[in-house]
Write a protein that binds this ligand. Structure first.
Ligand SMILES: [Zn+2]
Length: 366
């Protein structure tokens, strides 16, 4: 097992984390990856996606091995206008005014380090594509916009999960978003309220009758947005609200969605309100069996770099959902990012080292 260079992966991380890259504005991180690839004369491809790009570095390998795909995203959540990366002997963190962006630059740094290690080791490996997606944080847009014909891989490792390095997410939920528009009837609230039909009171009754929060160990729902009303002296005519439903089990998700639709229909008909429901499927869930060959591959790799493998189910979606939906078998692996999406975010240096070692091991144990 070739050694990774601890100072080098830390340097990559520090430089990458210092670059501001909110969703759709990943340009500078993309240039960083492009410069890295060009310096080493690696195959680098850029794929337009909305107003940004997905980019890929490919390593040509020997034949007879499965082509592999590694994926990480280049965007971060906000606040990230100006990121001051701080460090002590053990961790990287910020001055508390911004996120750190270990989600997912820890993975980007680990990939660059792994490429250096593999490149210099002379060890034999198969074809490997490293895909860096844009706009993950705003709805997996980069991966959704990536044409998978651009990779030959049928097996992928996404590095975009919190928790200790060695932990693999083997199941993630299906998710749908519903937007509900209610239309009642406006009237002067002081002079003739009886002539009006309030969309606000109808929404209150509907929402109060809906299943809420955690439904069971695999299923959740949440009303997250509401918008309506113009003035206190007008009975509200129009209102919209939005909710999401998630479940690891497609049948449970379908049942929950049907229940919600029936509540909306029955309350709106009772109150003589017009309800329009639009449903968008955000992504499909996935569940990978312990007998799958991707699990044995992962376990061989974990043994090679002496990291203990563990397994978990997630309540959230990632690029992994999109890959599995498109028949590329994909696992989401932890990179050790902690307190993500907050200004308290940090990452242990040891987790950066371990993530890079895990990437190298996955390539060499293929
Ligand atoms: Zn992420």
């Amino acid at each position: 097992m070739p050694e990774i260079k601890k100072e080098r992966v830390e340097k990559y991380f520090k430089e990458l984390a210092s670059i501001s890259s909110p969703s759709w504005e990943e340009g500078k991180v993309i240039s960083y990856i492009e410069n890295y690839a060009k310096k080493r004369k690696l195959t680098f491809k850029k794929f337009q996606c909305g107003k940004s790009f997905n980019v890929m570095i490919s390593l040509k390998g020997i034949s007879g091995k499965d082509p592999l795909l590694f994926a990480a995203h280049t965007d971060t959540v906000t606040p990230c206008d100006s990121i001051k990366v701080m460090e002590d002997s053990k961790r990287f963190f910020t001055d508390g005014k911004s996120i750190l962006g270990g989600d997912d630059k820890a993975a980007v740094a680990a990939f660059l380090e792994a490429i250096d290690v593999i490149y210099k080791s002379g060890e034999k490996h198969g074809d490997v594509d490293f895909l860096f997606t844009c706009a993950e944080e705003v709805g997996l847009c980069g991966m959704k916009g990536f044409d998978i014909k651009n990779t030959r891989a049928k097996k992928a490792f996404v590095f975009d999960s919190d928790g200790t390095v060695g932990s693999a997410t083997v199941a993630a939920p299906y998710q749908i978003v519903m937007q509900i528009s209610l239309k009642g009837k406006a009237a002067h609230a002081g002079m003739e309220p009886e002539k009006g039909i309030s969309a606000i009171y109808a929404a209150a009754e509907i929402i109060n009758s809906l299943p809420q929060g955690r439904i069971d160990s695999e299923t959740t729902t949440n009303v997250g947005k509401i918008n309506g009303g113009t003035a206190n002296n007008i009975v509200t005519e129009n209102l919209t609200f939005e909710l999401e439903c998630r479940s690891l089990d497609k049948k449970k998700l379908d049942a929950l969605t049907a229940k919600i639709v029936s509540v909306i229909k029955s309350v709106s008909s009772k109150r003589k309100i017009k309800a329009v429901i639009s449903t968008d499927r955000e992504y499909s869930g996935y569940s990978i069996s312990q007998n799958d060959s991707i699990i044995s591959h992962f376990e061989r790799a974990a043994a090679l770099c002496k990291i203990k493998p563990s397994y978990k189910k997630s309540g959230g979606g990632s690029d992994t959902n999109i890959l599995n939906e498109r028949k590329i078998k994909a696992l989401n692996l932890s990179v050790g990012m902690s307190k993500v999406h907050t200004t308290d975010e940090f990452i242990m240096k040891s987790d950066l080292h371990k993530s890079a070692a895990m990437v190298v091991s996955l390539i060499l144990s293929n």
